[in-house]
Every structure is written in structure tokens, then in C-alpha cells.
Design a binder for this molecule. Sequence first.
Ligand SMILES: Nc1nc2c(ncn2[C@@H]2O[C@H](COP(=O)(O)OP(=O)(O)OP(=O)(O)O)[C@@H](O)[C@H]2O)c(=O)[nH]1
Ligand SMILES: [Mg+2]
Length: 220
Amino acid sequence: MTQRVPVVEKILSANDRLAEENRARLGAHRVFSLNLMASPGAGKTSLIEQTIKSLSNRLRLAVIDGDIATSLDADRAAAAGAAAVQVNTGGECHLDAVMLQGALQQLDLASIDLLIVENVGNLICPASFKLGTHKSVLIASIPEGDDKPYKYPGMYQGVDALVINKIDLLPYVNFNMDFFRRGVEILNPGVVSFPLSCRTGEGLEAWLNWIDQQTLIHRG
Ligand SMILES: Nc1nc2c(ncn2[C@@H]2O[C@H](COP(=O)(O)OP(=O)(O)OP(=O)(O)O)[C@@H](O)[C@H]2O)c(=O)[nH]1
Ligand SMILES: [Mg+2]
């Protein structure tokens, strides 16, 4: 008789256990952490750069960047003024808890207040793999189109905050904000959202206040 082995479930539960360990490690050093997810090019690194520039005078920031290849994003985070570690997933479309564990070992957690993890650009796989971070944030961007909540529900459902980036492009793109927001509301009622532009700086203040507040709540 053929036996079915629930391999995927086992992988995910092993990942969950490691994610708990990561969470405990971060907690031991009072590091508040964000998992930033989005499609490729939505503006994850741009938002990280803006966040570092605005908050590094009062918070000690570190960034872990996940990409299939290159250290381009970690280089940008380092140039903006944060401690930065690049993880190359070698083809995997998401970070997982083991990768985060390895990256955490390369950081001096005792000298970090806020850790931002930039996940691999993708609206599917990152939603399935917990990392152990405290809050997850999704960045949507105007040129992606207003139908993305409907087409990628798993990602929109699980996040704690939503950034809507590139609002400077609203006059040039056919993006129906009401339609977009209705889709978000069905999946994630009341989720806090930050329409902003990393390019012009419009709306950034509210995002920065949220991070500040969350870091304060977490670190007590
Ligand atoms: N017009 C406009 N362009 C933006 C904005 N934010 C980012 N961009 C541009 O969008 C492109 C992608 O930005 P990144 O920050 O590299 O995006 P990312 O999500 O980190 O990309 P990957 O890491 O490759 O998935 C760059 O050319 C940015 O200059 C914005 O608010 N408005
Ligand atoms: Mg990036």
C-alpha cells in the first residue's frame, strides 16, 4: 500500500520551530523586527533606505536582505547607514527561518534596536514561511495594479501593516484605490495602511511614526 508522507507540513512545522528560536533570540536582545514583503520592484529597499535615513539618529538599525543573487540591496542599506547582511537564497523564492538564523549570527544583536528583514520579491512563497520576526509588512505599489489583493489573498491576509508605495504615479496609472481597498478590507479588515511615495517623501511621516511607536511598545 502506498503511504503518503506529508512532507510539506513537516518542513513548515520544522521551520516554525526555528522561527520560534529566532524570536526568542531577538527577544533576548530586545530587538524589534519587521518582515518586509512585496513583489519585485515594489520599493522594499527604497523604503528601507528612507527609514534608515530618518530614524538612525534615534534607533540603531540593522537590515537583512534576501535575494536570489547579488548583494546590491544590502549594499544600499549599508550605504544608507545600517548594519547590513545579505542572504542569497540560491534560487529559493523566499527567506526561511534557517536563513534568518544564519544571518542573525552575523549581527551584533546587543547593539540593535530595530531589525528590518527584506524578503525576496514575491507575493506567494514568503507568506508561507515564518521567520520569527515580530510584525510583517506588505508593500503594494501603484504600478502593480489594483487587483493584487484579489489575486494574491494569502499575502494580504497575513500582514500586520500595508504600505501603498509610489503614490506619485497615481496620475499616470489606471489604479482604482477604492477597488484596491475593498479587496484589502475583505481579506484583512482594519489593517493599518500607509499610502506614501519613497520618491517624493509624501506620506512617509505616518510610516515612520508607526515604526517608532511599535519599537517603543515592543522594547518597553
Ligand atoms: N516613482 C516612484 N518610484 C519608486 C518609488 N519607490 C521606489 N521606486 C523605484 O522603484 C524601483 C524599485 O525600487 P526598489 O526599492 O529597488 O524595489 P525592491 O522592492 O527593493 O526591489 P527587489 O528587491 O528587486 O524586489 C527603483 O527604480 C526605485 O527608484 C516611489 O515611491 N515612486
Ligand atoms: Mg530590494
